[in-house]
Write a protein that binds this ligand. Structure first.
Ligand code: MTE
Length: 371
């Protein structure tokens, strides 16, 4: 069971029981069932994209992973308002129509949860349309000395047992908040933003792990000090073991990563030609190469990228394989980016936390005895 990120009060569903009941329901040629999300918690809602169902560059609505800390707030577009306050010259309050009038920009962005497992389904890609955050910040006029911009959601709950309820919030350094690609999105894949993805408005912070893409956005605050809220100081922090204690660093930029969609773990395949498929991404950087090994990592060969790697968005890749040898095979993948980063073969043994899990993805499949 993979409960990605660290939901505190999750009521977990037994994933195997869920899959078994799906298998009993499903018959061959019923792809709609296979393509639904895989739940791992009901309260709060946590559901994975079924990575084996990867078909194209955009993840359809209903398949895109969901990761909530608390219950989904009920927001009504008519009453909804967005406030911009804190260290600004002109505080703003916008209604939905006013926000949309600020103009729009559309960008394809892969969101990945910072705790997405190797080969996991807490990653998906969509076309997001919205207003660059920069426009509102410029209109409000940031005062000198602003250190970060806090994004506050309308959802609230107990993040740490025994402590008071808190709103979900994250802060961005000013440079990332003012980057022209950091969006306040009100559309996903050309349609209204679905409720579970932040209706009516969410942040989309391209190239950064998805906890910064705050959903159900209601308040933007410019701060002249470091943000010390629990989501900045006690969550999404990497911890490295050191000979003298440990070192803590905030997590933000996504690391280069690739995953295999096909074959899936345990798949039984025919002898002969088979296309291995998957996706690779590198956050703010570009994927330049994906390599596949079909012999336990002894030899690596380049996979074919379906388009040129671009910042923010995953690229689909494929690798034609032909095997005559029946039995068990390990298929492995690793990606490289344009900044000289590559996926490591294993986890850094000094890491004590559960984030940035980007080591080589390996899948074991079986080739049948006879065709
Ligand atoms: N925003 C709010 N308001 N509340 C949340 O719980 N979860 C964050 C982020 N934004 C969250 C949030 C986390 S941890 C992730 S991984 C992404 O939303 C998931 O976005 P998605 O559910 O649209 O896939």
């Amino acid at each position: 069971m993979n409960q990605f990120c660290n939901g505190q009060n999750a009521k977990l569903i037994d994933r195997r029981a869920f899959c078994t009941s799906l298998a009993m329901l499903s018959v061959w040629h019923q792809p709609a069932l296979r393509a639904s999300r895989i739940p791992s918690s009901v309260h709060p809602q946590i559901e994975e994209f079924d990575f084996a169902a990867l078909r194209g560059p955009e993840t359809p609505r209903g398949e895109f992973f969901v990761r909530n800390h608390f219950a989904v707030p009920s927001l009504n577009q008519r009453n909804w308002r967005l406030k911009v306050t804190g260290c600004v010259k002109i505080p703003l309050e916008l209604d939905f129509a006013g926000l949309v009038r600020e103009g729009s920009k559309t960008i394809s962005v892969t969101l990945e949860c910072a705790g997405n497992a190797v080969g996991g389904g807490a990653v998906s890609t969509a076309r997001w349309t919205g207003v660059p955050l920069e426009r509102l910040l410029k209109r409000a006029g940031l005062c000198s000395g602003v250190k970060c911009v806090r994004l506050v959601g309308a959802d609230r709950g107990v993040e740490d047992l025994g402590r008071a309820p808190v709103f979900y919030m994250r802060s961005l350094p000013v440079e990332k908040a003012l980057h022209p690609d950091t969006l306040l999105a009100y559309q996903m894949n050309g349609d209204q933003l679905p409720v579970e993805h932040g209706f009516p408005l969410r942040a989309v912070v391209p190239g950064w792990y998805a906890m910064d893409s705050v959903k159900w956005l209601v308040h933007i605050q410019a701060l002249d000090h470091e943000d010390k809220n629990i989501f900045m100081t006690e969550r999404y922090i990497s911890t490295q073991w050191r000979s003298l204690g440990s070192e803590r660093q905030p997590i933000n930029k996504m690391r280069v990563k690739s995953q295999i969609a096909r074959p899936h773990e345990g798949e039984l395949i025919e002898r002969g030609p088979y296309i291995i498929r998957g996706a690779a991404w590198a956050g703010e950087n570009r994927v330049t190469q994906v390599q596949v090994s079909v012999d336990e990592g002894k030899e690596w060969r380049p996979a074919e990228l379906e388009e040129e790697g671009r910042a923010y968005k995953w690229v689909l890749w494929k690798y034609p394989w032909s095997t005559q040898r029946p039995g068990s095979h390990a298929v492995m993948v690793r990606a490289f980016d344009d900044r000289g980063n590559e996926q490591p073969l294993s986890r850094d043994s000094h890491r004590l936390d559960g984030y940035e899990l980007n080591w080589v993805h390996s899948v074991r499949c079986r080739v049948k005895q006879s065709p």
